[in-house]
Design a protein around this ligand. Structure first.
Ligand SMILES: Nc1ncnc2c1ncn2[C@@H]1O[C@H](COP(=O)(O)OP(=O)(O)OP(=O)(O)O)[C@@H](O)[C@H]1O
Length: 249
């Protein structure tokens, strides 16, 4: 599904990712943890095609295609979804309008018929229910005036509707209250299947109690320095990151 080899990335000539290698198979959930400033969000931005990042070395293959060669909107239409750490507000564009336009753009790209307004309403309402959101959020401008937790829940609503193949969640748990964390996690778990893969960036082991990862990685100073099973997250919670200094996976 996703194969990242020796990825080096700079921002304004400053090296941020320094030889990152990561392979994710279909259906797997990988969690990435690591100290502040290690490069976790940089990785998610590079995968989604955000401007401002220069890949100086390495490769990223996604379902047999060179991901770095694809324009950001094509990546999205090919099923790469990024739930932002800081979801953007889009004043003047209603949530439901954006969701329908995005879903139909994806379906068109994939050679599928567009979903009409009635069918879309049925789909969107079932997903809103799944995430225990109020339907009124559908008719508000995208993320405008949403609380931090409401924005995060809205990101998962987008994922639930777009049904991506690779779902990148950047600190989706931050800002969620205790109940919202459980509801959002249940939403993510309902999206898990044998074909869909997840890359979850988180600082907290707590999220991984709800969404069981197959693999946990530690990203430090631009590289994966350790990988393991869910027990690695528990160890990190207990010991912090300093014991990993100087280690490589
Ligand atoms: N536009 C920029 N100009 C210069 N440095 C930048 C820029 N954007 C990011 N960086 C630097 O890149 C490094 C990696 O940032 P990144 O956001 O990827 O870290 P992170 O691991 O996601 O951190 P956190 O856990 O705090 O969210 C940081 O040192 C950050 O200051």
């Amino acid at each position: 599904m996703l194969s990242i080899k020796n990825l080096h990335v700079t921002i304004n000539d400053k090296p941020i990712l320094k030889g990152l290698t990561l392979d994710i198979n279909p259906g797997e959930v990988h969690a990435i943890m690591g100290p502040n400033g290690a490069g976790k969000s940089t990785l998610s931005h590079v995968l989604s095609g955000k401007a401002g990042y220069t890949v100086t070395e390495g490769s990223v293959m996604y379902n047999g295609k060179d991901l770095l060669e694809l324009a950001p909107e094509i990546r999205a239409r090919e099923g790469v979804f990024l739930a932002f750490q800081y979801p953007v507000e889009i004043p003047g564009v209603s949530n439901i309008y954006l969701l329908k336009a995005a879903l139909n753009a994806m379906r068109k790209h994939q050679g599928l018929p567009e979903v009409d307004a009635m069918d879309f309403l049925t789909i969107v309402k079932s997903k809103v229910k799944l995430l225990q959101m109020d339907e009124k959020f559908l008719y508000r401008a995208v993320n405008e005036g949403f609380s931090g937790g409401e924005k995060k829940r809205n990101e998962i609503l987008q994922a639930a509707i777009l049904e991506p193949k690779l779902c990148i969640l950047d600190e989706t748990d931050s800002g969620l209250d205790i109940d919202a964390l459980r509801i959002v996690s249940e939403g993510v778990n309902s999206l898990r299947n044998a074909e869909r893969s997840f890359l979850m960036i988180t600082h907290y082991q707590r999220l991984l109690d709800y969404i069981k990862p197959d693999v946990v990685h530690v990203l430090a100073d631009g590289k994966i320095v350790k990988s393991g099973g869910p027990e690695l997250a528990l160890e990190l919670e207990e010991r912090g990151y300093s014991w990993l200094e100087g280690q490589a996976a």
